[in-house]
Design a protein around this ligand. Structure first.
Ligand SMILES: [Zn+2]
Length: 199
């Protein structure tokens, strides 16, 4: 059984959003097209409390995109985004929401970020995605969504390490590119880990 994972296709990551990913809206038609080919579709949703520690606004004298140490982990400071219940946290309105079977929320712990759809960044707390996929008899996952160099990459790497055959659809992902080349490096990292990159 093969599942489609839609990674963080949410308003705040679209071009008008708080943490806009360039061309982020372009993944929506790709996701819609793929959804009809999969019996199981799971969407992840970045879902932060309003005082989440990944927000630059929570750190006086720090600025957006600065990297700090947070609970022992390198943390990029982001603009406030995907706050629980906000418009920005909603899944993109262009998505065929009726075809989404399950939504997995992540980043709900105020003290730690969760780029991966499977675990918090310290790998201590699971989001429940792995259990859900096993319960549904899934052995293989295909990913599309945002952003290539963060949540797509870390979800794909965790999927591989949890034993799922994993592929990422290149025209269904877009990245942040904090540093030029980040997306290319993310794709290389995924490939090296055994993720299949497909068109
Ligand atoms: Zn976030």
């Amino acid at each position: 059984m093969k599942a489609l994972l839609l990674i963080d296709i949410q308003n705040d990551f679209l071009p008008d959003g708080a943490l806009a990913v360039a061309e982020g809206d372009q993944v929506v038609p790709v996701a819609n097209r793929l959804m009809s080919e999969f019996a199981l579709v799971v969407a992840t949703q970045d879902w932060h409390p309003s005082d989440h520690r990944s927000f630059a606004s929570q750190h006086p004298r720090r600025h957006i995109r600065e990297v700090i140490n947070l609970s022992g982990f390198e943390q990029v400071l982001w603009p406030d985004h995907c706050m629980q219940g906000s418009h920005g946290a909603k899944l993109a309105p262009g998505l065929n929401l009726g075809e989404i079977d399950f939504i997995i929320q992540k980043g709900t712990d105020v003290d730690i970020d969760s780029y991966s759809g499977f675990f918090d960044n310290d790998h201590r707390k699971s989001t429940g995605l792995e259990a859900l996929l096993h319960e549904q008899g899934v052995q293989e996952v295909q990913l599309v969504g945002l952003a290539t160099d963060y949540c797509v990459k870390f979800t794909a790497l965790d999927a591989i390490s949890q034993g799922f055959k994993t592929s990422v659809v290149l025209d269904g992902i877009r990245g942040v590119e904090l540093t030029p080349g980040d997306c290319e490096r993310a794709i290389q990292d995924m490939r090296l880990a055994g993720v299949e990159i497909i068109q």
